[in-house]
Ligand binder design. Structure first.
Ligand SMILES: Cc1ncc(COP(=O)(O)O)c(C=O)c1O
Length: 364
């Protein structure tokens, strides 16, 4: 048997440690997972209430067209229904974009480090991946545009960027959209859109009206707290959606995910509360960092990347023993950093204390 050569050089996605695994390994009762930017407040209680009714009729295939959630999202973000494509998480929309546009002889441009699935899926499709290092946590947009040529099919922009959390302001992103050649699809991944508080952010949905080579990705996995159900979507010009659709699995989002997403969208009070708590606790974490000489990127998301005087792995290991799962930046090529999701107030107070103690105890 012969698989694609590229797969021999690739590794499967390695998720952060699981809650049960850590409980068992360290003999702990309670684990706080701050590794995958999930919502620490869970998901809308309205969804919780409706769940038992949602899990009926499991013998029937879902609506492959996602008609009801399509209608709901179209109204919510004020676009036409034919501008939407739904995925089994926005992960799958990334995969569909790669399946559709990339092949050997083409290339795709992205920042590094950024959300790793752009690279991963592009490699599987045999495309050349052109990675442009971040500058001080920000996309180097001019250099990214320099890398674009006649063989470039997709330019990936992640704002706020995972793992640095910084966003791209209106003027910079507007300039990219204006300068990027029209044969390139610009994908703006806004997985953390709900958490953005900067007033100078690019209005990507307005941008779609002006530029037919733009696509915006959003998800129900982060602020909406439905990561376990897997549903996200892409918004673009109907012509782009039309070429993407054949590359999508026919029943890619489940009945339960579609129905839960509809209810979740209606509960904006839950989103508002989650976002407010996030802001408050992020601010406190930033103050803690300032007070303790720890530098960090100015995050516009629900996580923060902090620079430590010790290695990220050492801090990660220490926090594990205390029941906190975070992400070490070492694996992301960011030495002496950890990325941590902003959790609940009491958990953030505890983790800050643990970080302080570990740093005080000295060398990694
Ligand atoms: C920037 C970014 N995009 C997309 C995703 C994928 O999210 P999902 O597939 O759960 O919608 C993530 C998840 O971590 C992310 O950080």
């Amino acid at each position: 048997m012969k698989a694609k050569e590229i797969l021999k050089t690739m590794k499967p996605y390695k998720p952060g440690k699981g809650i049960e695994e850590v409980k068992e390994e360290y003999g702990l009762d309670r684990i706080v997972k701050l590794a995958s930017n999930e919502n620490p407040f869970g998901f809308s209680p309205e969804v919780q209430k409706e769940l038992p009714a949602l899990i009926e009729k499991l013998e029937i295939y879902p609506d492959g067209y996602s008609a009801a959630i399509r209608k709901k999202v179209a109204q919510f973000i004020n676009v036409n229904e034919d501008q939407l494509i739904f995925g089994n998480g926005s992960d799958e929309v990334v995969q569909i974009v790669c399946r559709t546009f990339l092949e050997p002889g083409t290339n795709t441009v992205m920042a590094t480090p950024t959300f790793p699935q752009y690279r991963h899926n592009a490699l599987i499709e045999g495309a050349e991946v052109r990675e442009v290092p971040l500058v001080d946590g920000h996309h180097d947009l001019d250099e990214m545009l320099n890398q674009v040529d006649e063989h470039t099919r997709v330019l990936w922009i992640c704002t706020p960027n995972n793992p640095t959390g910084v966003h791209i302001d209106h003027d910079h992103l507007q300039s990219v959209v204006e300068r990027c050649p029209e044969h390139v699809l610009i994908v703006i991944d806004e997985a953390y859109y709900e958490y953005l508080e900067a007033e100078d952010a690019f209005d990507s949905l307005a941008g779609l009206k002006e530029h037919s080579n733009l696509m915006v990705l959003r998800t129900f996995s982060k602020a909406y707290g439905l990561a376990g159900l897997r549903i996200g979507y892409g918004v673009a010009h109907p012509d782009i959606i039309q070429v993407l659709e054949p590359a999508r699995e026919p029943f890619n989002t489940s009945t339960v995910a579609q129905a839960a997403a509809i209810i979740a969208l209606d509960d904006q009070a839950f989103i508002q509360k989650s976002v407010e708590e996030n802001r408050k606790n992020k601010k406190k974490l930033m103050k803690f960092c300032d007070d303790n000489g720890i530098s960090y990127y100015d995050s516009q998301a629900n996580f923060i990347l902090v620079h430590l005087p010790i290695s990220g792995d050492a801090m990660f290991e220490h926090l594990l023993t205390k029941g906190f799962i975070v992400r070490s930046g070492e694996a992301l090529g960011l030495p002496n950093t950890i990325r941590l999701t902003i959790g609940k107030e009491e958990d953030m107070e505890r983790i800050q204390e643990e970080m302080k103690q570990r740093i005080a105890s000295g060398v990694s």
